[in-house]
Design a binder for this molecule. Structure first.
Ligand SMILES: [Zn+2]
Length: 93
């Protein structure tokens, strides 16, 4: 089985507060995440090895946006997303 068989995959938008390094203005930005939530159970054809891997698997999400455009109309420069991890584990199993 593939790793993706363990998860339900979904695109999500999340709001983060980011500060533009060019003008210093903080703002709220929508970032795209690919969220992989662990399934409640494995399909029937899973073998012992799959079960062991599944037991260790954890829900997580991967950030898809690396750059945003500053919301300050006098700036509008693009800057790199900083201070937000690119992979985050989720609390819910
Ligand atoms: Zn700016």
């Amino acid at each position: 089985m593939e790793e993706r068989d363990f998860f339900d995959e979904k695109q999500e938008q999340r709001t983060h507060t980011l500060t533009c390094p060019h003008c210093g203005q903080p703002g709220e930005y929508q970032l795209g995440w690919l969220v992989r939530r662990k399934k409640n159970s494995l399909p029937r054809h899973a073998d012992e090895r799959d079960r062991a891997r599944f037991a260790k698997a954890q829900s997580y999400m991967v950030r898809r946006d690396d750059m945003v455009a500053c919301q300050n109309v006098r700036c509008r420069k693009r800057f790199e997303v900083a201070g937000i991890q690119s992979v985050a584990f989720l609390q819910s199993a």
